[in-house]
Design a protein around this ligand. Structure first.
Ligand code: KE4
Length: 422
């Protein structure tokens, strides 16, 4: 038995499913998880001593690569001064300045400890600011495990929702309206019906939780126009896309400015950080200036701030366009390699993100993403992992490239795909 399998057996006695986040259990690909000892650059090293090329990259934060020297030394320096003060520190101001300087829609920002906290707080703020309770979200988009967003389509999309998981009372999701991603007409119909009651639209400006699904031309612009027209807020969940699609996030990439932005992942450089921000007149509704409450013991933690600052400062020097071009080339080569094996393959690629779907039709929303043949995906996943290429263990996640990956890793990745026997 491998060390990872042994650890997993022990972990399952102590931690639900043996993991601290469900997707890590590798349930949907029918394999046990690898327990990771360390990581460096584009590589992770399992407890079993295997070196793997990593395209999970901690689900997005590690865009610079693992164990980046600048991030590590910033953490080491910060650690010498202590780990938490429970009082304001300069690093919080510095990271707030980096974020507000980078994102067109963020003049003021509040730090929290996860993407979930960011979206939960932004939802409360949107409701408090507008005095409205209804919220629109899209099937297949994930905004963290916030009760109001753990909703399933009720009698059908574009109607009020039912709980998507036990433990969420029906009344909590009764104000959540689900629509289909990229279906602007459907959202227009929702707003013509109840737009005056809608506090906000929450949207991943490029969806990353049904696999990668970019917005169709005009979709984001249409949501912006609708929310302006009805006095609702447009909230971009940029937990994945922030500082990934460009240094100005998706809002800079698509030139659509939301009222509120949720962040996580990259802004923490691998440490637990989330944030939400927006226009000052909205953000000032938050306590202690305003009366909408949100708080957090470790929000703005000096270690996490130092890792975030070092990450964003390093990213300012990086060439996003070249990484995007290399990612596109790799995606197209993978698609070609798999198609030569007679497989139906759709490639969605945007910036340094790709997802391969095993289906005939283009993937533009959750229902078309679900057409991807999961048995082919599992074969692809296991075939790549057996050759030490580490992909996300779900077809509804993203493959993340990084500034640490190079020709050697990309060639090994393509070679591994060529070797798989389907
Ligand atoms: P966290 O609470 O996990 O930091 O962030 C929640 C979140 C919010 N918004 C978006 C667009 C997200 O993708 C996420 C979290 N992403 C998942 C993977 N797609 C995290 C992996 C996991 O759940 O273990």
């Amino acid at each position: 038995m491998s060390i990872s399998q042994d650890l997993f057996n022990t972990a399952r006695e102590l931690i639900p499913g043996g993991v601290n986040s469900p997707v890590r259990a590798c349930g949907s690909v029918g394999m046990h998880p690898l327990f990771i000892d360390r990581a460096n650059g584009p590589y992770i090293y399992s407890q079993d001593g295997d070196e793997l090329i990593d395209y999970v990259m901690s689900w997005g934060p590690m865009i610079l690569g693992h164990n980046h020297p600048g991030v590590r030394s910033a953490l080491e320096k910060a650690m010498e001064k202590g780990s938490s003060f429970g009082a304001p520190c300069e690093a919080e101001v510095e990271l707030a300045r980096e974020i507000t300087s980078a994102l067109p829609g963020v003049d003021m920002v509040r730090m929290v400890n996860s993407g979930t906290e960011a979206t939960m707080s932004a939802l409360r703020l949107a409701r408090g600011h507008t005095g409205r309770n209804k919220v629109v979200k899209f099937t297949g988009c994930y905004h963290g495990h916030v009760d109001a967003f753990l909703a399933s389509a009720g009698s059908g999309a574009a109607t009020l929702s039912i709980p998507g998981t036990p433990g969420v009372p029906p009344e909590v999701v009764s104000q959540t309206i689900l629509a289909d991603y990229n279906n602007l007409e459907q959202v227009q119909e929702i707003f013509s019906r109840e737009g005056e009651e809608i506090a906000a639209i929450f949207v991943e400006p490029a969806a990353g939780n049904m696999g990668l699904v970019p917005p169709e031309p005009g979709f984001l612009e249409g949501l912006r126009k609708l929310t302006h027209q009805y006095g609702a807020l447009l909230v971009f969940d940029e937990v994945i896309t922030g500082f990934r699609l460009s240094y100005a996030g998706a809002q800079g990439h698509y030139n659509v400015v939301p009222d509120l932005t949720c962040l996580g992942k990259i802004i923490g450089g691998g440490m637990p950080v989330g944030a939400y921000g927006g226009k000052k007149e909205i953000m000032r509704k938050m306590a202690p200036v305003g009366d909408i409450y949100q708080a957090g013991t470790l929000a703005g933690n000096p270690l996490a701030m130092s890792a975030g600052i070092a990450t964003l400062q390093a990213l300012q020097e990086m060439d996003y366009e070249t990484l995007e071009q290399k990612t596109r080339e790799m995606g197209l080569e993978l698609k070609k390699t798999l198609e030569e094996k007679g497989l139906p393959v759709q490639l969605n690629q945007l910036a340094s993100i790709i997802t391969l779907f095993f289906c005939q039709e283009p993937v533009k929303d959750f229902s078309s993403a679900k057409n991807s043949d999961q048995s082919l995906f599992c074969k692809f996943y296991s075939g790549m992992r057996e050759q030490n290429i580490y992909l996300a263990p779900s077809n509804f996640e993203c493959t993340f490239n990084s500034f640490a990956h190079g020709p050697k890793e990309w060639e090994k990745t393509l070679e591994a795909a060529r070797n798989i026997k389907f």
